[in-house]
Design a binder for this molecule. Structure first.
Ligand code: IPE
Ligand code: IPE
Ligand code: MG
Length: 251
């Protein structure tokens, strides 16, 4: 077996990232928080391109939590504008690279313009066969499980199912991303060690990697480092960062 085949088998299939620390990064440079959010977009670009090169099956990025509405109105407004701008400017490139973009979360709270952009972006890339990129926007892990339970409860209400017969598999089928493997690797930047209501069901067995780096500083090498940590930890298979990097550069 080729070395690269060994690595391919041990790589995570589904990576989730809590992109945190934009505000603190900007502050450390004496700039407004929004400067950090803008710089965070280039970290997203680098991460997506590195993950695609490694042929990761899916990547889920936490962009806006259901709790983030509590931030100052001005910051929320700027984040929404940035979201629209980035969707418009990046979608063609994602499509050209055969990547599939999906938004997970309760998008009904977004303005019509943004909801339309989301629908167009998803429709354009839905038949692509490469990596799936899920952007979690107005997403909450508790919301996700609640929605799944509503669906299962509706089946009980229609008399198709007894409450006592509800299984974990039924709930798994109704949470978001039920067609993807569960998350193997969660990355959170900025030194915070909490889940902040990100995926709860889908991360039941994820390895969790916390780095002090702020999100705007995250790049290809940071992803390689996280994946190397994962491979060495989860699969008990010794490999070096150089080997993961070589695999990325070979594709
Ligand atoms: C993450 O960075 C981006 C979003 C939550 C939108 P933060 O904005 O949380 O930055 P910090 O944590 O305040 O530094
Ligand atoms: C989590 O980051 C949400 C996103 C990265 C979008 P926060 O910075 O909002 O999380 P808390 O509030 O510090 O837990
Ligand atoms: Mg934060």
């Amino acid at each position: 077996m080729q070395n690269s085949e060994v690595f391919n088998d041990s790589l995570p299939q589904h990576i989730a990232i809590i992109m945190d620390g934009n505000g603190r990064w900007a502050k450390s440079k004496g700039k407004p928080r929004v400067f950090g959010h803008k710089k965070g977009v280039s970290a997203v670009r680098k991460t997506i391109s590195a993950a695609a090169k490694l042929e990761i099956k899916a990547i889920t990025l936490f962009a806006f939590s259901s709790e983030n509405w509590r931030r100052p109105e001005e910051e929320v407004g700027l984040l929404m504008e940035l979201f629209i701008t980035v969707l418009s400017s990046e979608i063609k490139k994602l499509h050209k690279n055969n990547l599939r973009l999906r938004i997970i979360g309760d998008i009904t709270r977004f303005n019509d313009r943004l909801q339309r952009k989301i629908a167009d972006a998803e429709a354009l890339t839905e038949n692509n066969t490469g990596m799936v990129i899920n952007i979690a926007a107005n997403y909450g892990g508790k919301w996700d499980i609640t929605e799944a339970l509503k669906n299962v409860a509706a089946r009980v209400e229609r008399g198709e199912l007894k409450a006592a017969d509800i299984t974990e598999d039924m709930i798994s089928e109704h949470v978001t991303m039920s067609d993807l493997p569960d998350v193997d690797l969660l990355i959170r930047t900025s030194g915070e060690c909490r889940i902040s209501n990100f995926m709860l069901w889908q991360m039941a067995y994820a390895e969790m990697y916390f780095t002090e780096q702020f999100w705007p500083e995250f790049n290809e090498d940071s992803l390689v480092e996280a994946i190397t940590w994962f491979v060495n930890r989860e699969r008990r298979f010794g490999c070096t960062g150089e080997q993961v990097k070589a695999l990325m550069e070979a594709n």
